[in-house]
Design a binder for this molecule. Sequence first.
Ligand SMILES: Cc1cc2nc3c(=O)[nH]c(=O)nc-3n(C[C@H](O)[C@H](O)[C@H](O)COP(=O)(O)OP(=O)(O)OC[C@H]3O[C@@H](n4cnc5c(N)ncnc54)[C@H](O)[C@@H]3O)c2cc1C
Length: 473
Amino acid sequence: MLSRKQGRANLEIDRKFDVVVVGGGNAALTAAITAAEEDRSKKVLLIERAPREFRGGNSKYTRSIRYVHDHDNYSSGPYNKNEYIADIEKATKGYTTKEILEKVVTESADLPAWMNQHGITLHHAVRGAFHYSQANAFIMGGGKQLVNTYYYDLEKLGVKILYETCVDSFSQDRNGILIKVSRNGSSGEIYASSAVIASGGYEANLEWLREGYGSAIDNSVVRGNRYNDGIPLKKLFELGAEQIGEPNQAHWTAVDGRAPKYDGGFVTRIDLIPLGIVVNKNCKRFYDEGEDLWTKRYVLWGHLVRDQPDQVAYVIIDSKMLGETLMPMYKPYSGNTLGDLAVKLGISPENLIKTVNEFNEHVPESAKYDLMRLDGSSTSGLDPNKSNWSRKIDKPPYYAWPLKPGITFTYLSVKINTKSQIFLKSGGLLENFYAAGELTSGNVYGRGYVGGTGLVIGSVTGITAGKEAMQDA
Ligand SMILES: Cc1cc2nc3c(=O)[nH]c(=O)nc-3n(C[C@H](O)[C@H](O)[C@H](O)COP(=O)(O)OP(=O)(O)OC[C@H]3O[C@@H](n4cnc5c(N)ncnc54)[C@H](O)[C@@H]3O)c2cc1C
């Protein structure tokens, strides 16, 4: 039983564990499963801040993983290690840590089998709602199924799980690692021989985000878990952990302007941009909507919208384009004329008509339209031009979706080695502590992102951390 602290009731929890895992998403779950499987005689505890029904962090919103393979049943062709590394090096513009990148990519090849052994099935590559590629495969049932299956595994392995319990701090003393926790006004102290910190980034901490993004944060939304406010990450920095990554680098996407402030998940993402044009609140186009394949540009649009006045923009299409791709969850605004549409959006009808007319005048008459590839259907003489998929916007009714920036996860992280151990600023390692998942993402991503790698970073660092932490214990 725990001692009563001044003004706070004590939590009725066991006091001593061999391995404590902080967090409740993919990285924490893979770490806890691995630790428990490594030595079943030892005691493992997982501490998840969210209530049981909200468990699973950002991981519950995921869909796909990217991994090295020779052409399995889940994707449209082979994807080798060199291609994978090259894709990330290109996206990060070299802001990556070579040995961690090498480890993550190499070990990605083992993940489908590991996942399968732990109850996860991938979708076969059939034509349907998802866009199959060589690189990515989709999880049957999505991220919610993934986390639920891993929690089920943990229960079978006898791992103790504390829900609705926030890790407030940790420190080292002669008895091991002291972890202070709280739940509904009660507090408690737990000792661990070793700890894996896998509590995600700080994307839900608006105050901390302002350090990197200023007031643009006020009109942005947090796509994922409201509990990821970075308390454990901050505590690791206070313990002297070395930082990697910068506060103004994170994963963003454009989401529907009506998305909730937190936990909208992937259904709020707007993927229609290549079909039409995007204007800001002054009805000005500001970037090439057809610059490259959407899978290579969707992240950029989160940053672009964030940099517009009041962080708003609108994607505009006409009725020809409706049904060309998976429709967003939110209904579009519509108008029989562009003027009507502009009135509904609260933007200037004259300016919108002028921008659309100007765009239409620069669309080549001979344009061949093919959304499945870079079709070269480009405007010329516009600033900016649209490089592919240019089609006149001239068939009423007209449709629009409002856009906002949505932050997915932050890159400012603790610096780790290939054993998921944490470097100290002063030199050496933070003894008996391991880190996994988003809170280490800056080791791979100093800039940019390549789809389907968040889960892979989490699983590779999680499995490593779980194994190493149990060996320490
Ligand atoms: C909408 C959306 C879609 C995405 N789609 C994909 C995709 O398809 N493929 C992909 O690879 N990646 C995707 N990502 C990114 C991916 O979700 C993350 O990179 C990955 O899941 C991170 O795993 P994690 O375990 O590190 O963090 P999380 O899954 O976010 O887990 C962090 C956990 O820590 C807990 N926690 C936080 N603070 C505390 C505390 N103080 N005490 C105790 N617990 C705490 C949280 O409650 C949470 O359970 C997506 C992200 C979002 C938001």
